[in-house]
Write a protein that binds this ligand. Structure first.
Ligand SMILES: [Zn+2]
Ligand SMILES: [Zn+2]
Length: 300
């Protein structure tokens, strides 16, 4: 299984990254490559097209209904509905909180019936009810965050490389659901929007790097990758906080980085020193899309 960071800036886009959006890819035993998108925050739809054709998306998973995690679905709807060449596939399976249809319809002033159900095949998360998407088994866990129906996601993958467990916190403070979602994960992608000593009065909303580390330790994860740092956070502080509470490898997510998540060590894939099951790769950029060079003209 491979994780590619499409966007990772917390709460709103920053100058070097869109808001939250991640892609998981895996190739099943029949040789078919599956691509699922987790969250689609502000600015991510554009960046996503540097990696894949939008029609290659197999499913979209939404952790909760805050704009920095889902607002670019409003543009995705346009891409599907109004492509003059015709959208080459059926509706995109979209998994999310119960109110997602109403939320997305409101972004375009649409009546929820049919809303965007002509472009998205809606599925609602139910805690304890996993869904299977190709080689990915996705299980939602309720977390603590001031949004209706927020979830962390636990994703297990059986593919040609073996059995791997990935966990994504969504947005949350420390809670039982987060630890359950992360239990024994090979890679735990966890938010760290707050900072110790600065945001101590704010509870029930986000994690600090230290609290992310505590969750990682309690859940017994192998690798911790911090994410959702807003523009005013210093990644070195978040990393140091996490290391004070978690003894395993800690990284901070970077836009366009791609991480291969290995199963538990074998002879073929021994433990390495940095993020020990995770290999940082060049992003699988979509070479069909060349960025135009600006041509500047003299103006009268
Ligand atoms: Zn957020
Ligand atoms: Zn949020």
């Amino acid at each position: 299984m491979r994780l590619t960071v499409i966007g990772c800036t917390g709460s709103f886009p920053g100058p070097v990254s869109p808001a939250s959006c991640y892609m998981l890819t895996a190739t099943d035993f029949a040789g078919r490559t599956w691509r699922i998108i987790m969250d689609m925050g502000n600015g991510s739809l554009g960046m996503l097209q540097r990696h894949i054709d939008l029609s290659d998306i197999d499913a979209i998973l939404i952790s909760h209904l805050h704009p920095d995690h889902c607002i670019d679905l409003s543009g995705m709807h346009v891409a599907v509905k109004w492509d003059p060449r015709g959208w080459p596939k059926g509706r995109i399976p979209l998994y999310g909180p119960a109110a997602i249809n109403e939320y997305l319809s409101a972004t375009h002033g649409l009546d929820p019936d049919p809303g965007m159900s002509t472009e998205f095949e809606y599925h609602t998360w139910t805690e304890g009810e996993p869904v299977q998407i190709g080689p990915f088994r996705v299980e939602p866990f309720r977390v603590v965050h001031p949004s209706k129906d927020p979830y962390a996601l636990r994703i297990t993958c059986n593919d040609r490389e073996g059995h791997t467990v990935f966990s994504y916190s969504g947005d949350t403070d420390l809670c039982e659901g987060l630890v359950k979602a992360a239990r024994g994960a090979d890679l735990f992608l966890c938010e760290a929007a707050y900072q110790e000593g600065r945001d101590d009065a704010l509870r029930g909303i986000h994690l600090t790097g230290k609290r992310a580390g505590e969750a990682a330790t309690e859940a017994g994860v192998r690798n911790l990758l911090l994410t959702h740092l807003p523009v005013w956070n210093d990644p070195d502080i978040a990393r140091a906080e996490a290391r004070s509470a978690f003894s395993g490898p800690v990284g901070v997510a970077e836009m366009a980085a791609s991480y291969r998540i290995y199963p538990r060590p074998t002879e073929a894939h021994p433990v390495t020193s940095t993020l020990n099951v995770v290999e940082v790769l060049d992003p699988p950029l979509n070479t069909a899309i060349a960025l135009p060079k600006p041509e500047l003209e003299e103006l009268d």
